[in-house]
Design a protein around this ligand. Sequence first.
Ligand code: GBH
Length: 452
Amino acid sequence: MHFNEHFIFGTATSSYQIEGAYREGGRTPSIWDVFCETDGKVFERHNGNVACDHYHRFEEDIQHIKKLGVDSYRFSIAWPRIFPEKGVYNAEGMAFYKKLSERLRGEGIKPAVTLYHWDLPMWAHEEGGWVNRSSVEWFTDFARVCFTELDGLVDSWITHNEPWCAGFLGYHLGQHAPGHTNLEEAVKAIHHILLSHGKAVQLLKEELHSATPIGITLNLTPIYPKTDGTNDRLAANNSDGYSNRWFLDPVFKGTYPVDMMNLFSKYVHSFDFIHPGDMEIISVPCDFFGINFYSRGLVEFSAANDFMSKGAYSDYDKTGMGWDIAPDEFKDLIRRLRHEYTALPIFITENGAAFDDQVEEGSIHDQRRIAYVEKHLKAVAELNEEGMNIEGYFLWSLLDNFEWSFGYDKRFGIIYVDFDTQERIWKDSAHWYSNVIRNRSLETVSINTQQI
Ligand code: GBH
């Protein structure tokens, strides 16, 4: 199981999950700062006020990144640091990302930068957030300063991270900020998010004539029916529509799936928020396609549910989130994407797992995380042998961090963070991953933590 010299090994984080310094450098609140203060939304009312204090400790964190030996580091830019108020640019906020990118490059690490990883400024939310079509302009203004100020420092741009989460979790299921439960709002919000993606791609390529590669990251969950019966297969089709096709079809085919539009029309009274020309913009060609993969879904028919689908019991081994460990389904997903959607280079922009890690005498033996990552990396190598052209893999995450509605209760890091002292401790998985990267192979890696 080898990876060629062009394969990009990386690790990923996001701004609100690690930065802290929530009131410094001119930053104003995002929808997550406010959501964290809302009762019953985030585990024990945790928040990102301090998080990993990365804003102050980024130099130390870069040393960890360097020691890992990754080719690339994926981080995101906090929009409320760049535009703390509507139309007010904050150079101090940008200076942080400049320094971060410069230092990374100085160590030979390629910055892969996400513009939107869910920290919408409150000022934008107060004007309707993503439900307001003006959000497309606000976002392109934000994208423009990032593109111009960080030009030459960034190796690749990702417009959005997981519009499914920002849209459906945030505006329909209410589990993420802003915590709304309105399908019509969610569908509008997603449309504007996707439109802002297309506009940003056009801006970078057609207006700024930049050669820096740009793409979008979707979280995709392959869905399987519990039985082969017609009803369960209908349930799986609907769930696939909600989880995957609602994003894949517009981005790659320039259309929303008609079956889902019909299902949604019970709550979405009109689709006239889709203006002429929008779908062409959303489906504008990108340079690569980012995929975050964590798990599969198993569903069964449920007449009581809106989309006639509900989660079914699965006997698969699970991560600490309760998510099925499903590397074979990951392979099916990639093959399907190649078959039905795109020939673009694929980057796995996130993959990883939370487990209950325990520190024992200064070590963290996270064998289950190693096994999880190894299975998925093996799948990547096998897919590449089939010619699937996966050009990189970013492990989620560099550090234990603020896991959204789970607060600090779930640890995804390969580096342990003691949130009282901010001490970073390498888990066995970090040692293991750096060996894989050094050898560019899974085979020669025998994890010997004593030696390390
Ligand atoms: C990503 O979201 C985020 O980009 C990142 O910020 C976050 O920290 C990380 O993953 C870990 O959560 O219930 O079995 O069907 C991932 C969000 C994960 C949402 C899988 C849907 C479905 C699993 N997705 N999930 S299941």
